[in-house]
Design a protein around this ligand. Sequence first.
Ligand code: ZN
Length: 65
Amino acid sequence: MGDDLDDILAQAECPRCGREFSIRYRTLRLERTVDCPGCGETIRPIDDTPIGLVQKLIDEAQGRT
Ligand SMILES: [Zn+2]
């Protein structure tokens, strides 16, 4: 197993239409980009979202085990 981290959700905001949506850490890790569910714009959450927040969630998840 050990895939728990992949289920962590990070918030992202589309720089084009402003829509907020959640992205799985798995997506961040494997694909690096995601299509906005609102306008279809391809964005890079790594650049466009506070990745520190994701890191914090990861730290917390690891601390639990
Ligand atoms: Zn959008």
